[in-house]
Write a protein that binds this ligand. Structure first.
Ligand code: HEC
Length: 247
């Protein structure tokens, strides 16, 4: 991180200056009723087909039971750390663009869309989400939120997240106070440096460079959450100033 820090800071400033085009990466709390994975968005018959396709195209790396093997698990804890507060559309898009994996990338995106959709149904079923009366389609994945049954929660440990907040020194730690609720960083990595401050305190872990000159600045930080919602800090991959004042 030390080596790339200067560059990260520069990118940070450029992003700030160009932030008219900033992209929202994660939805805040719902603005109204919305469809979620608990609403029965696929059918049992579809998930059964998906199980067959999964065995054929995916299980060699992700495990017949989706618990991982050569590659990562697609259920339980890992499912939530990768996908909570995203959408079924995003899950579908990632899979249908990038999988099946191969070294030269030649297999990525090569299966029929209906096969990918059925596989997503199987993944949803394997994570305990209920089946319904209608099949999932590429179109119907849109806007279906992946949230816990009781609604949105803080992101779990290990999720890649972004926060903004005011930099402070506390003992030997750097931390962000008045920090925003950690927002998920989606593939592509665009983060919203314009999001408002909040009421969180997030300790920045494993920062190897002195941030002394940025004390009091509004900062943007990205990394893996340690503990739910970053209760134990953020394992920082990049940190950069976005303004000299923080209010
Ligand atoms: C040859 C091994 C292999 C096969 C076959 C394979 N994958 Fe993967 N998969 C990987 C690897 C490697 C990654 C990247 C893991 C990482 O870097 O986090 C990955 C990542 C993923 C991810 C996470 C993507 C993300 O954006 O985080 C999902 C979901 C996934 N695979 C699903 C599937 C599905 C569904 C299939 C079958 C259509 C499949 N994979 C086939 C190896 C494989």
């Amino acid at each position: 991180m030390t080596a790339t820090y200067g560059r990260v800071v520069l990118i940070g400033l450029c992003v700030y200056l160009a932030s008219a085009g900033a992209i929202l990466v994660a939805q805040g709390p719902a603005e109204g009723p919305r469809t979620t994975v608990w609403d029965g968005v696929y059918t049992d018959a579809q998930a059964d087909r998906g199980r067959g396709f999964f065995a054929e195209h995916c299980a060699s790396c992700h495990g017949a039971d989706l618990r991982g093997g050569e590659s990562k698990a697609l259920v339980d804890k890992r499912f939530w750390s990768d996908w909570q507060e995203t959408t079924v559309e995003y899950l579908f898009t990632q899979i249908s663009r990038n999988m099946p994996f191969s070294d030269d990338g030649s297999l990525a995106g090569k299966l029929p869309r209906t096969v990918y959709v059925d596989i997503v149904a199987h993944i949803l079923k394997s994570n305990g989400f209920p089946a319904g009366q209608r099949e999932l389609t590429a179109e119907s994945t849109a806007g279906v939120a992946i949230v816990h049954k009781d609604g949105p929660r803080d992101l779990p440990a290990d999720a890649l997240a972004h926060v903004v907040g005011c930099l402070e020194r506390s003992g030997s730690d750097w931390r962000l106070v008045k920090a925003s609720r950690p927002a998920r960083v989606l593939a592509g990595g665009a983060v919203d440096t314009k999001q408002p401050l909040g009421d969180r305190t997030i300790v920045l872990r494993f920062v190897l460079t002195s941030l002394q000159k940025y004390v009091g600045y509004r900062m943007s930080a990205t990394g893996r959450l340690m503990g739910e919602g970053g209760a134990d800090g953020l394992n920082v991959t990049s940190v950069s100033p976005i303004a000299q004042v923080c209010e």
